[in-house]
Design a protein around this ligand. Structure first.
Ligand SMILES: *Cc1c(COP(=O)(O)O)cnc(C)c1O
Length: 608
């Protein structure tokens, strides 16, 4: 949205908007000064600071349904934006006039005076790329966005089976409130009394998540799973410190953990000790016990993902949490895989003390393309007093750690989606969703048997809600996991998660949202790809997998020197013909691209 805002308005439009905001602000400042008020910001853009009896102003403003910001009894601050009309300005002036017991001034035009000091003004050009100077009508912008969308293999084309990311259905009904101004236009710091509807929803959502996780309380403040990890670890740290345990700073993390776990632990000032996995992919309990005992005087926490990122319910989980507690530590459960727990079990039951939930994974907030994250933390009783606070709004525990994000309830608007999801499904629906997610994963596991091996299974040969498919043996035929990922595009599918948490593998998670029909289409594609792998040879890189994906350019080119037909390239299975997705680019060397910075801008000399 922010990107398209810049594309639509371009440098001229943005400057026009900025001037409009500033002119309105300075016009207002002049009027307030004329009324005798002391506006103390000398160089400003959109915000004024008035030294006056703020209680008096507040009373009159409230009567007129205007919110200003009152940092203390002697200060009123207010900000103008491009939607502030002349009428709004006159209303603001009238409030101040009443407070000063003077006749109000009526302004009929906005002056063009500029109060930004010369030394701060930008003199260089900005947004000079074509993209910011082309699409300035709604029609043009719509076509531009559509052209981008067409390049994107998204959920409106086919299932996206990314594991550990839970790309689940985002029902339209859940999304509706996001475009209602009564939700969208509420400032995070409006007086609580004016946000009772929001507070009711957020409180209920907190209670629902508390119940789902089997804990005692929830904080909606963190804006992502990773931020939740940081928040949860800081809460654990505050708990230890409250007991005089200032030395507890060791965080045990199994080797199968998501990369955010060690990163968050380091940010929270802890020292990471990695514990081993067994050949079956489970946490090596002996190694864990040994390390917990070794560090028992300094043990702060274990971070554990359950079910594991290997897609297995570790049957030793309660033993594991007990070992940590016996050695004075707290258990942080990474809740990214809650899609395999909701209604069936919960973090409280397995002995964890705190977990984050990724509402943008398990609770239906769309997150493909970097949508808003919400990563609440849910905590057991002993950690409730430390839940994060906020300097302006009374929130969190009575020994709250400092704010984790600026807004007291984080991304409150996005919470409405999860609220709708939980309310509409109810207890039975949520449990059924978990069961379906597990069933769908095991159905895929079963259907792929004979073509692909699942790397790890539980003791009964089953997966949880996701599974890792081993592709390393195909190296014998010269085929890498990326070749499979690229070839899936020719079949109209987005690749599953590649090489996480095990290099050379695919992690597949179907979720409950997908129908059997769609899952079968995906399995058909995988099985067909396996046949292509069988035909590939290490000595010849010219095959349908190595050359994938096949763009429209390639397939329609007059030159065709591949040893297979155009039809095999573009329509490997019949159903592909019905709804063909054309990848718009062939391959970029992904690992090379990650390691080598390539500047696509003009050469550096141009900037001199
Ligand atoms: C996604 C994920 C995270 C991080 O969550 P974000 O919301 O992306 O910050 C942590 N752990 C696991 C296992 C995950 O899948």
């Amino acid at each position: 949205m922010a990107g398209m805002y810049a594309v639509y308005h371009g440098p001229k439009g943005l400057k026009y908007i900025a001037d409009k905001v500033h002119h309105a602000t300075s016009t207002l400042a002049d009027a307030l000064t004329k009324l005798g008020f002391n506006q103390v910001n000398t160089s400003y853009f959109d915000t004024l600071q008035i030294k006056t009896d703020s209680k008096k102003i507040k009373k009159i403003a409230k009567k007129n349904k205007i919110n200003f910001f009152y940092p203390d009894n002697k200060t009123v601050t207010l900000s103008i934006n491009e939607t502030t009309s002349l009428g709004d300005l006159n209303k603001i002036i009238a409030v101040f006039a009443e407070a000063a017991k003077k006749k109000t001034l009526i302004i009929s035009t906005v002056s063009e005076s500029n109060k930004i000091s010369e030394s701060l003004k930008r003199t260089t050009d900005f947004l000079t790329l074509d993209v910011f100077n082309t699409y300035h009508s709604e029609t043009e912008l719509m076509r531009y966005i559509k052209s981008l969308e067409r390049k994107d293999l998204s959920l409106n084309q086919s299932m996206i089976s990314l594991g550990s990311c839970t790309m689940k259905l985002n029902a339209a009904a859940e999304m509706l409130p996001l475009s209602w101004s009564k939700w969208g236009n509420v400032h995070p710091f409006v007086p609580m009394k004016q946000a009772q509807g929001y507070l009711t929803v957020l409180k209920e959502l907190e209670n629902q998540l508390t119940e789902i996780t089997g804990f005692a309380a929830t904080s909606l403040q963190p804006n992502s799973g990773a931020q939740g990890e940081y928040a949860g670890l800081m809460v654990i740290k505050a708990y230890h410190e409250s007991r005089g345990d200032h030395n507890r700073n060791i965080c045990l993390i199994p080797s199968s953990a998501h990369g955010t776990n060690p990163a968050s632990a380091v940010m929270a000032g802890m020292t990471v000790v990695v514990t081993k996995s067994t050949a079956e992919g489970n946490i090596d309990v002996d190694d864990l016990r040994e390390k917990a005992e070794l560090h028992k005087d300094n043990l702060s926490a274990l971070m554990v993902t359950y079910p594991s990122t290997h897609g297995v319910y570790e049957s030793a989980i309660r033993e594991i949490t007990q070992i940590i507690h016996d050695n004075g530590g707290q258990v942080y459960m990474d809740g990214a895989n809650m899609n395999a727990q909701v209604g069936l079990t919960n973090p409280g039951r397995i002995g964890a003390d705190v977990c984050h939930l990724n509402l943008h994974k398990t609770f239906a907030i769309p997150h493909g393309g970097g949508g808003p994250g919400v990563g609440p933390i849910c905590v057991a009783k002993q950690l409730v007093p430390f839940l994060p606070g906020n300097p302006l709004v009374k929130i969190g525990g009575d020994k709250a750690i400092t704010a984790i994000s600026a807004a007291p309830y984080g991304s409150a608007l996005a919470c409405l989606i999860s609220y709708g999801y939980i309310k509409m499904l109810g207890e039975q629906g949520l449990t059924k969703a978990t069961e379906m997610a597990i069933l769908n994963a095991n159905y895929i596991k079963q259907r792929l048997q004979g073509s692909f091996d699942t790397l790890y299974s539980g003791e009964r040969g089953r997966a949880a809600h996701e599974m890792i498919v081993d592709c390393r043996a195909f190296k014998a035929n010269g085929i890498e996991v990326t070749d499979i990922a690229k070839r899936l595009m020719d079949y109209g599918f987005h690749a599953p998660t590649v090489s996480f948490p095990v290099a050379g593998t695919l992690m597949i998670e179907p979720t409950e949202s997908e129908s059997k029909q769609e899952i079968d289409r995906f399995c058909d594609a995988m099985i067909s790809i396996k046949k292509e792998i069988d035909q590939a040879s290490k000595d010849d890189n010219n095959n349908v997998l190595k050359n994938a994906p096949h763009t429209l350019d390639v397939v329609t080119s007059s030159n065709w020197d591949f040893p297979y037909s155009r039809e095999e390239a573009a329509y490997p299975l019949d159903y592909v013909k019905l709804n063909k997705f054309w990848p718009s680019v062939r391959r970029v060397d992904d690992a090379y691209g990650d390691r080598n910075l390539i500047c696509t801008c003009a050469p550096i000399e141009d900037y001199m």
